[in-house]
Structures are given as C-alpha cells and as structure tokens.
Design a protein around this ligand. Structure first.
Ligand code: FES
Ligand SMILES: [Fe+2]
Length: 468
C-alpha cells in the first residue's frame, strides 16, 4: 500500500483540480490517523538528540505518541508510548517515575530525557530499554497469565537517514530508504548527517497542517507574498513529482518551453544588476528576514564580493569566487564542505519534500527544514516547525531546545511571517461556499498537486480531476 508509485507518463502536467475537503473536513481529519499517519514513515527527530544509551524523546502524531530511545551505542528503538497495564501514556512531558505530570500544551513540545528504565506513574509497572516489563507489582496475582507478548511495549519501526530519526507504526511497511528514494539520493551529497540544529522553532497555528506545509512548497507565491524579494530576480520555478515526494527548482520560461529544467542552484546569481552587489544584498536580506536558507559564512563572504571583484565580473565567475572564499572561511573555522559537484547541486534543486509532511531546502553547509503535523484530529489546527541545520566546527555545536513561537507575525522571522499571514486566510477561504476547488499551476505547483495525489491514494478521497 505505501510503496512509492512510479511516475506515470509526465503526469501532473495537465491542469487538474481537487476539492478543499482535505483541509476542512472533520471526518477527513479523523480518518487521517488510521489511513495515513499509521502507515507512513515520519521524521521524528534528530540522531543528535539521542547521544547516550538511555536518552529518549517522544514524537506525537494525532492521538499517538511514540517513545524513541537509544538502547545501545549503535541502535535506537521505538515503542508506542503507552503502558501495557491499563493504558496510561507511559512518558508524559516530564514523567519517568516522578509524581509531577504536565499535560501536552503549547509550553511543551515533547518529552525528552535519559533513563535506563521507564516506570509508569499509575501502578509502577516498569519497562527496560528493550521494551520488556521488568517490574510488575504483585505479578503472581495473574497466576502466570502474563507473558512478554502481552506486557512488552508495542514496537514501532525506527530508522535513520541524513541524521534524522524516522518512525513508522506499520510493522509491514517497507524499508525507510526505499520510501525516501529518489529524494534521499539527491540529498545525500549534502551530508545532512554532519549538520546539527542551529535553531528549532515551533508553533500552533489556526489552519490545517496541509495549508501550513503548502506555504513552503512552491516559489510561485513569491511575487504575491514576498514582493520585496522580486528585485533579486525571477523566482519562476519548475516543480516535479518523484513518486509521493516532490521537488522545486529555479527555472525559466525558456526551459519550460524546451521541456527541461536546468537552472536549479539555490545560489544562482539572480537579477539583471551587478551580480556582486545583488548577491551581497540578497544574502544580507535573507539573513535578516529569514535567518536561514543560507549560512553566516555565505552572508559574510558575499559582502566581500563588491570589494574584491572588479566591476563587470560575469555572474558565473562572481558565484564561483564567492563559493571559493566561503569554503576557505569555513575551513579556517574548522568547518569542511561536502564534496559537492555543480551537477549534484543542480540535481537537488531548490527544495525537496518527503510525503506527507516534510520539506527540505538543502545547502552545502546548512538546511532549512519544515515539518507540519495535525493538532490531534482538529482540521483547523496544526503544529508547525521550522528548523535550521548547520555544520559546526568540532565542539562548537550549540545546545538547542524547541522554542515555542506564538502565531504572531511579529514573533517569526519576517519572510516566514509573510508565509504565515496566508495560512489563517487560506483556512477561512477553504470554507467559503463560493470556492470551487483548487487550480494549482500545472508547471510550478506540481509539488502541491502531487501531495494531494498522494493523500488521495492513502485517504481514498480527494482525487485529482482534470480540468477539461
Ligand atoms: S497503567 Fe501503567 S502501571 Fe497501570
Ligand atoms: Fe514563502
């Protein structure tokens, strides 16, 4: 059921529509845990969060909670976070044997800690890192009826890729790597596993999780949502479906007409002006208004371009020089770049999404990643996360925490706030009786269309229809 599908002949090139049901229907939202979330691989954290044996985190999705632990220096285990005795959630946001319990609320993203056994706060049943019940008070009262099968924690599949932890509640689901392809192979050269969190923001937004995710799936919205960026060039983009997953990249109408998409560097020198100053200004503005999707080194070295290169230097040379000095500056602070060819950077494009709810913008020493989840099964609420990864010199990695940021436009980086400003209005608009269905751009928004094709596959409703 949940194997990636082959791309059918240039599918999604036709104009299609789909209804707003996936965003607003309560029935649809309540069906998601059974039909979708319990069947797909989901990004559930970073390996760096589980360094020592006994370190654990929880990952909550709808009404399920997953407990992920480091059981040996080399391996991780994941379990349903529920006591097998009478069903209390085993690890709350601050439990693990103590009397204090805090309900999951906006102040608590997830639980984390380190312990060699997990004691349930209710009747003190206790489980080891292998998930086995090692202490059951008055076990003899059951007169031998209890065995490991009924008392052990219920396992969940867990694996890693790119330094990310992934879980799948479906024990029959195929391997993670197979699920992630071909996106994993496109991202591998960027060596995400060598990056660490620089910041991790999360918020609870008043919109469906798909609305929040889709705000970041295509640059088609730049002229409407981020008009201040247009001065840096054309954000025309291509969009591709890779099975359930998707990709966008910078493009031009000429390429579209030729049926190919090749102009796909994150760091393309955009605009008609002097590329030295355009790059310098764009980088400074990105740093100030996004704070990610580039690195401090790239921003700083870009400021040197107008000073160190003569006027009239062609854009390609400016770009090449910039990469060279950025690499040198990083080397001087103990940060090595991956061995990335231009072809690999071009092949990765601007951003890659993993079905159903993750989107990565990869860079040579950084990545900006979004993950969005439903809030319980409320169709009108979601948990939104924006995470910046960076490469750091040895011992320079910062300790980060999940930082809650209110759904307040002044609190988020400016560009992300511009995206957020659409979300609540989208959720409202989808409820209008005057809305006739989505009309996604067949070239630039296929990533969005493909999300809905994948959702329809799992949910059995909301199928794409051709506009004839
Ligand atoms: S519910 Fe956990 S010990 Fe009783
Ligand atoms: Fe945006």
């Amino acid at each position: 059921m949940n194997k990636p599908e082959k791309i059918v002949a240039e599918d999604l090139s036709e104009a299609v529509t789909y209804p707003p049901e996936a965003f607003i229907s309560r029935e649809y939202a309540e069906a998601e845990p059974d039909k979708l979330w319990s069947k797909v691989w989901q990004q559930a954290g970073r390996v760096e969060e589980l360094k020592a044996v006994g370190d654990y985190i929880t990952y909550n999705i709808c009404h399920d909670s997953i407990l992920i632990v480091r059981d040996t220096p080399e391996t991780l285990k994941a379990y349903h976070n529920v006591c097998t005795h009478r069903g209390r959630r085993l690890v709350g946001n601050n439990t693990g044997g103590g009397p204090k319990t805090v309900a999951q609320d906006k102040g608590a993203h997830s639980a984390r800690g380190s312990q060699m056994k997990f004691g349930c706060n209710y009747h003190a049943w206790t489980f080891d890192l292998a998930g086995d019940a090692i202490y059951i008070p008055d076990k003899e009262d059951w007169q031998g009826a209890l065995d490991n099968v009924c008392t052990s924690l219920t396992p969940v599949q867990v694996d890693t890729w790119g330094g990310w932890i992934w879980i799948n509640m479906d024990l029959d689901a195929g391997p993670l790597r197979e699920w992630l392809e071909p996106v994993a192979s496109l991202i591998d050269p960027f060596e995400f596993e060598k990056m660490r969190y620089r910041f991790r923001y999360w918020g609870i937004f008043d919109c469906n999780w798909k609305v929040a995710l889709e705000a970041f799936l295509e640059p088609y919205h730049v002229q409407g949502t981020h008009p201040q960026l247009i001065k840096y060039g054309d954000f025309y983009s291509f969009s591709k479906a890779f099975g359930f997953h998707g990709q966008t990249g910078f493009d031009s109408k000429a390429h579209r007409d030729a049926g190919t998409a090749v102009e796909t560097s994150v760091h393309r020198a955009a605009g008609d002006g002097d590329p030295r100053t355009t790059i310098a200004q764009m980088q400074a503005e990105y740093w100030e208004t996004i704070g990610a999707s580039t690195s401090e080194t790239l921003v700083k070295t870009a400021q040197r371009l107008p000073l160190e290169l003569p006027e009239g230097t062609p854009a390609g040379e400016v770009h090449q020089y910039w990469m060279k000095i950025a690499k040198e500056a990083d080397a001087a602070r103990g940060v090595t770049w991956p061995d990335l060819s231009d072809a690999q950077v071009a092949a990765a494009g601007l951003a890659l999404s993993i079905f159903p709810n993750v989107n990565f913008i990869p860079g040579p020493t950084f990545s900006l990643a979004y993950r969005v989840r439903p809030w319980g099964t409320d169709p009108d609420k979601c948990i939104f996360e924006a995470v910046a990864l960076d490469r750091f010199g040895e011992g320079e990695e910062p300790e980060t925490e999940w930082t809650f940021v209110e759904q307040d436009l002044d609190k988020w980086p400016y560009v992300i706030a511009q995206d957020i400003s659409n979300m609540v209005e989208m959720q409202r608009g989808y409820k209008s009786r005057g809305f006739k269905g989505n009309l996604p751009n067949p070239w630039q928004e296929r990533k969005v269309t493909n999300l809905h094709r994948g959702l329809a596959h799992f949910m059995g409703t909301g199928h794409l229809k051709r506009i004839d």
